[in-house]
Design a protein around this ligand. Structure first.
Ligand SMILES: [Zn+2]
Ligand SMILES: [Zn+2]
Length: 337
């Protein structure tokens, strides 16, 4: 089969021919029909997080069709359309038992600790499968486990977003544009930022207030947007020292800052207003399989849609990555088959 591999950090992605993976008794083999390209894939190549031992097949946003089922797997059959949860959990730790599967202490993530789906086939535990209705395309579905699911998890379940709130999404990229939809769906008001006109135009068409941070002062706009009261929630999809400092300063007392991206590893902010106004910073990494199912249901009902900005065949994976690095894409990049 064809597969994309990280062979050496700091180089390029390798397209290679390799064996179709074997499956364990509790696993299934999925023929991948589409996989989402995430900035994290590029971070992995750069060695920002280790995915040793190399080579490793990245790809944590996947959809496809079951092509083989392990001998102990119940309830799944060859030919079923599926979306793949990222976290392969132990099922025994405190967090798994509580349903916080994204925090599992022995998590083996698809596309990180396990080989992922930027390939023709991927082997995953049957527990990672979520059924995909015929009404949602593989391309629309593949980005649910991260680009949409992570925003849903963070805004709805971590921050407890309610209707009538004022929310900022910093960075109208692959995650941010889906976050805007969720805020609007909830009946709250959203303001978003970018330095790219194409992204601002897309965000504005979805009902967001937009701020070109290359030209405008974000504080002035947020003051006006919130009538001076501050924001209930800031979802930071940029992850720089500056975005974190600004985002925290714009929160109202008791407001929640969601950290969804990491560019700068060390954060600095003024602790006194953070302390005295009881603001909260929450790290946001993933989502549960239940949340993936809930996003699928919203999409099937036509309430939420995937924003796909570029499609590339697997042979042009490095070109797709370059395009993403340069920030040209409006929405998610999908690798087609
Ligand atoms: Zn990702
Ligand atoms: Zn666990």
């Amino acid at each position: 089969m064809r597969a994309i591999q990280i062979r050496e950090y700091g180089t390029k992605f390798y397209l290679t021919q390799t064996r179709i993976p074997d499956i364990g008794v509790n696993e299934v083999l999925v023929e991948v029909k589409a996989s989402g390209l995430c900035l994290t894939d590029i971070h992995l190549l750069e060695g920002v997080q280790s995915v040793d031992p190399l080579p490793r097949v990245p790809g944590h946003e996947n959809s496809g069709v079951i092509s083989k089922v392990g001998s102990q797997v119940k309830g799944w059959r060859v030919g079923q359309r599926v979306v793949l949860g990222i976290d392969a959990n132990c099922g025994r730790c405190e967090f798994c038992q509580r349903g916080q599967t994204e925090l599992c202490i022995a998590n083996q993530r698809v596309g990180f600790e396990r080989d992922g789906g930027h390939a023709d086939y991927v082997a995953v535990p049957a527990a990672n499968l979520i059924e995909l209705p015929d009404s949602i395309s593989f391309e629309d579905a593949c980005i649910i486990p991260d680009a949409i699911g992570c925003m849903y998890h963070s805004l709805v379940n971590l921050a407890g977003m309610r209707c009538g709130q004022k929310v900022a999404i910093l960075g109208a990229g692959g995650l941010g544009l889906h976050g805007i939809q969720l805020v609007k769906l909830m009946g709250s008001d959203v303001i978003t930022t970018s330095r790219r006109q194409s992204r601002l135009d897309m965000a504005a068409s979805m009902g967001a207030e937009v701020v070109d941070t290359g030209k405008e002062n974000i504080f002035d706009r947020v003051t006006k947007f919130t009538a001076g009261h501050g924001l209930d929630i800031v979802a930071d999809c940029v992850g720089t020292k500056q975005s974190i400092k600004e985002g925290l300063a714009m929160l109202k007392p008791g407001g929640t800052f969601l950290l969804l991206a990491y560019i700068d590893k060390e954060l600095t902010f003024d602790s006194i207003p953070f302390f005295s106004k009881e603001k909260r910073i929450l790290g946001c990494r993933g989502c549960t399989r239940l949340e993936i199912k809930q996003v699928i249901d919203l999409m099937a009902e036509g309430k939420l849609s995937s924003i796909i900005g570029a499609r590339y065949p697997i042979e042009e994976f490095n070109e797709a990555a370059d395009e993403l690095r340069q920030g040209h894409v409006v929405g998610r990049t999908v690798i087609t088959r």
